[in-house]
Structure formats: structure tokens, C-alpha cells
Ligand binder design. Sequence first.
Ligand SMILES: [Fe+2]
Length: 138
Amino acid sequence: MPLQWNPAWDIGIDIIDSQHRRWLEIFNALERSFLQGESMYDMQLSTFKEMLDYTHLHFDAEEKLMADSGYPAFSSHRRLHKDFDTLIYRHFRSHESGEAMLTSEMLQMMRNWLIAHIQSEDQKIAAFLASEGKAGSQ
Ligand SMILES: [Fe+2]
């Protein structure tokens, strides 16, 4: 089932909220191409690349927000980003080289990570910004 955005996941910063929505859309497109089978290899590869590129763009934006606002857990949050990035990059390269195709387990892991991260870690940024009176002002 496609991943649906839950409005409770909004952190109150428009650019981050709209990027999270777009991120989920790309994930859904990747999952759709996977479900269509290996004949959709080229589509899977280009969507996987899009997921990777968008992950970088999004992490950069979020890390800039954390740095600019003086978010205290910035470095540990950035570490979580880095670990996820490394993991999906490795899977992307395996898929690209034909060494190991995308699997449902991999998609499930990505799905779980996205939901858990948005729901917990990114909400902590929202709580910090709200406590600083900065939510919705950037
Ligand atoms: Fe994050």
C-alpha cells in the first residue's frame, strides 16, 4: 500500500514539510516500479537515483535548518542521516551494477526508516523550534 502522508507529521516548517511529502511520493514511485517486476529495471534504477538525490537535497535543507537554529542535537541527527544515506547508496550501487537487485526487504527497511525518522527525530526539531518560538517563521 502506498505510504500516505499523515498531517500529524508536519513539523511546521513549510520547506521541510513539502520535502517530506515529495520524499514519500518518490518512495511510492520506487515501490510501484519494484512491484511491476524486473522488466521495469530502468524505471527502478532512475527512480532509485531520484530517491538518492532527493534524500541528499532534503538532508542538506534539514541540516541547514538545524545549524541555523542552533538545534542542540544537530550532530547526532546528522549522523542518523549519514547512516541512512550510506545504506541506501550501497543498495543503489548494488542495484545499478546488477550485483543485488532491489528487494521487498530493502523497501520495507526504507519505509520503516522514513516513517520512524519523520515521526520521531524530525518531530524533535519541531518541538525545539516551537520552544524557541521559531516554528512557522522560516
Ligand atoms: Fe531528519
